[in-house]
Design a protein around this ligand. Structure first.
Ligand code: UDP
Length: 330
């Protein structure tokens, strides 16, 4: 199979590339390296079935050509990470909405009808206050003007773009709503919590818990996420509609900090940092995130292979060996 991945040097994109290379597929990625990191994909360069293209999805001229030979496209290019989203609100809508529109337009014109996996996000659930985050529930968004809202609405717009193109052009599009993926190569530079906690615990400095730490998230190892995406892409019954992809094991951020400290055997303490200090004013924190995975389970045979404890142990091991080799980055 010919796989084309936008944003392929990013965290999830690079795991998709690795997964498909391991399965014997040809993989081409395009990435402008704004969030993605070249180091994420350099190990693949020795594989003759792999090619890297540096390009911005808004302007890259090779797009049409790559789409014309692709069997499956994963659209992962987006502005992500809370720090980046807050700092670059214009980029969020430009890249996430215009970039997706450009890609969809080219796919609609392509004669080979490649299948598309378009990454949505749990952020589309906005400020819904329920633990039952099912795909069909009504969505609630705060009125205040914050960049998080811009990100959530850009992803919701992506879903609507996908549905519209699917209907108008008969395109095959899977729309996974991704819940907090974690794992190797995720950078803490853009705000993601687990790589930050891992680094802090190993350095023996305080773990920075934003707010009182009672907010919850449900973390899914990225190596599970990519399997779920592949399975979803393989079942036409799941196309044209959003499907939650994640892990339903929910944990508070304070408990996550304690778990990392415990598994690291670290002497780090926990420092509570007001949300305002972490993210600036007018920040509406999401208090609970737990996916209902019934739809995914109904559509696919997906099962998680990774527990949160195992992911943390794996990340601690990797971070320690990077520190030992002097190569620790973000
Ligand atoms: N968080 C934290 N300390 C950090 C970074 C993040 O307590 O150093 C919190 C953050 O406020 C949020 C949770 O961890 O409640 C998950 O943050 P992340 O950015 O990883 O994911 P998202 O908020 O987009 O679900």
């Amino acid at each position: 199979m010919n796989i084309f991945i936008t944003g392929g040097a990013g965290f999830i994109g690079s795991h998709l590339a690795e997964y498909h290379l391991n399965r014997g597929d040809n993989v081409v990625i395009v990435d402008d390296l704004s969030t993605g990191n070249e180091q994420n994909v350099t190990p693949f360069l020795k594989d003759s079935r792999y090619r890297f293209e540096k390009g911005d999805i808004l302007t890259w001229e090779g797009m049409e050509q790559e789409i014309a030979v692709a069997d499956r496209i994963y659209h992962m290019a987006a502005v992500v990470g809370m720090f980046r989203v807050l700092q670059q609100p214009v980029e969020v809508t430009r890249v996430n909405v215009q970039g997706t529109e450009r890609l969809l337009e080219y796919i609609a014109r392509a004669k080979n009808h490649p299948m598309l996996v378009l990454a949505s996000s749990s952020s589309v659930y906005g400020h819904v206050h329920t633990s039952e985050l099912r795909e069909g529930i009504e969505l609630v968004f705060p009125i205040e003007n914050n960049a998080l809202l811009g990100y959530a609405l850009s992803k919701l717009t992506n879903e609507i773009q996908a549905t519209a193109y699917g209907q108008a052009h008969g395109m095959s599009i899977a729309i996974p709503r991704l819940f907090n993926a974690v794992g190797p190569r995720q950078s803490g530079n853009y705000g993601f919590v687990l790589p930050r906690f891992i680094k802090q615990a190993i350095s023996g400095i305080p773990l920075t818990v934003f707010g009182d730490g009672s907010q919850t998230r449900s973390f899914c190892d990225v190596r599970d996420t990519v399997v779920a995406l592949d399975l979803l892409a393989g079942n036409p019954a799941g196309w044209g509609q959003p499907v939650n992809v994640g892990n339903s094991h929910e944990i508070s951020i304070l408990d996550l900090a304690k778990l990392v400290i415990k598994r690291a055997g670290s002497s780090s303490s926990i420092e509570f940092v007001p949300f305002e200090k972490g993210y600036g004013k007018h920040f509406g924190q999401i208090l609970q995130r737990q996916p209902v995975l019934e739809k995914l389970q109904h559509l696919t045979s997906f099962q998680h292979a990774w527990t949160l404890e195992r992911t943390i142990d794996d990340l601690l091991k990797r971070e320690r060996s990077q520190v030992d080799s002097g190569a620790s980055v973000a």
